[in-house]
Ligand binder design. Structure first.
Ligand code: NAD
Length: 451
């Protein structure tokens, strides 16, 4: 962590060459160039990050265009009967960013504001993440625009199964393999797996990862992303010569990723000062009793009302003084509006896209190091890959093997990013992206243009 952190490039970032010119200011909803229906604020952010790394690599325009635009996308609208008897139409997406590296891989997000552009950005980040950790996949992302918290289990099942049936033509164990993301988990993966298997007439466990272990899922998948974040924190601490029990942490989001991060940090003696969820945040300056918080959430669903802590506004929580801030909830949480008020020394991104490029620049100027999402939260897709391999081999690995292989791959990826950052004289995000993009662009050139 000793190399100076530099800020490169600037906003606004270019859309793909051959398309509309770079535009200043924020993305407007009606500002969608024809032929770029996937454009959105988040996609523009992914393009800005890409452009910085592509400039460092002096990547040719032709390759930039090929790597930026989502290769194959499916949008579907489908009816679902609700418990009340009413029929509601839902919109679903599946975006496959590149088909160059192997089958595509990426999560299913169920969220009320999900859009095509968000899926396109997340699919692109999945490509870079898989490439960075040497997995034989391209990136994908999809999901349904719905509010999972407002749906009954029966409604969730009907939405998941119908969505699975709608995207069936572009899915398969060697084509595109979904996994959980925000708003989905083991339960939805089990329904997805069953729907696909019913339609082809035999069980195909490799069509999805993040399944329950009883259905051929792997041990260790559910905790993999959070555990991977903590392995990354340990690697960063080795460089900084920091001891984990002496350090303080703030974790945004208490779902699949954030709750595991908080638990693993607490188990290692780290002081978790505050955690948050969609309803708000709680803090205890002496450190939260995370096992007790976890039991509270298991019983009450939300952090709200936990007795051994003070409630605090979610935005204010991000500005608490601490050694490490782990955003593990949503994208665009650290922006030009709050980056100059953060009082952490290190940010380790559990979520995808939590820091905007403008915030990156401010943080770099302030000497706050950011360990980027495509490195820090890669544990989920790494163990998804292990699950996919086990499903294909019809052979299960032991928990210790999964954990140790995950640790080895996370540490190796951290080492590669550090070495690239030193070699190119760039920040960690640019280094991680440059390393990933280099690999994919080489493969794209070797496969050449068909026909
Ligand atoms: P989740 O749905 O299990 O949990 C999300 C958590 O964030 C919940 O506690 C929710 O209440 C909270 N939250 C939502 N909006 C918030 C806000 N504005 N402020 C504070 N908290 C808020 O989702 P997850 O699987 O933990 O995913 C979290 C992030 O990690 C997403 O960016 C996701 O793409 C990324 N990610 C997830 C995985 C995975 O394996 N699940 C892998 C890689 C990256």
């Amino acid at each position: 962590m000793s190399a100076p952190i530099q800020s490169h490039g600037g906003e606004p970032a270019p859309p793909a060459p051959g398309h509309a010119a770079a535009r200043p200011g924020e993305f407007q909803r009606d500002d969608v160039p024809l032929g770029e229906e996937w454009h959105s604020a988040l996609y523009a952010m992914a393009c800005r990050q890409f452009a910085r790394a592509a400039d460092v690599l002096a990547l040719e325009d032709e390759v930039r265009t090929r790597l930026l635009e989502p290769r194959r996308s499916l949008v579907c609208n489908f009816p679902v009967r609700m418990d009340s008897g009413e029929v509601v139409n839902y919109t679903g997406y599946r975006v496959q960013h590149t088909l160059t590296m192997g089958p595509t891989k990426g999560g299913l997000r169920f969220a009320p504001d999900l859009g095509f552009g968000e899926c396109a950005a997340l699919a692109m980040w999945m490509t870079w993440k898989c490439s960075l950790v040497n997995l034989p996949f391209g990136g994908a992302k999809g999901g349904v625009r719905c509010d999972p918290y407002a749906l009954s289990p029966g409604e969730m099942e009907r939405i998941t199964r119908r969505y699975a049936a709608e995207i069936l033509p572009v899915i398969g164990p060697d084509v595109d393999i979904p996994a959980p993301d925000m708003g989905t988990g083991e339960r939805e993966m089990a329904w997805f797996y069953d729907t696909y298997s019913q339609s082809v007439g035999n069980a195909v466990p490799a069509v999805v990862t993040g399944k329950p272990v009883a259905l051929g899922g792997t041990v260790g998948r559910q905790s993999a992303t959070g555990l991977g974040v903590v392995f990354t924190i340990e690697s960063a601490f080795e460089e900084l010569d920091w001891a984990l029990p002496e350090r303080s942490f703030v974790v945004q989001g208490f779902g699949n990723v954030g709750s595991v991060v908080a638990q693993e940090l607490h188990a290692r003696g780290g002081k978790v000062l505050a955690v948050s969820d969609i309803r708000g945040a709680i803090t205890n300056p002496h450190g939260l009793d995370i096992p007790a918080v976890t039991r509270w959430v298991a019983e009450h669903q939300y952090l709200e009302g936990y007795p051994e802590a003070e409630p605090i506004d979610g935005g204010a929580m991000l500005e608490l003084e601490c050694d490490v801030l782990v955003p593990a909830a949503r994208e665009e949480q650290i922006t030009h509006q709050n980056a100059d008020r953060l009082r952490c020394r290190l940010i380790v991104e559990g979520a995808n896209g939590p820091t905007t490029p403008a915030a990156d620049r401010i943080l770099a100027e302030r000497g706050i190091v950011v360990v980027p999402d495509i490195l820090a939260n890669a544990g989920g897709v790494i163990v998804s890959y292990f699950e996919w391999v086990q499903s294909h081999q019809k052979y299960s690995w032991e928990a210790l093997e999964v954990r140790e292989r995950l640790r080895t791959q996370m540490r190796a990826a951290f080492g590669r990013v550090r070495a690239t950052a030193d070699e190119l004289g760039v920040d960690h995000r640019t280094a991680a992206l440059a390393s990933a993009i280099q690999h994919v662009s080489e493969a794209a050139k070797l496969r050449a243009i068909y026909p």
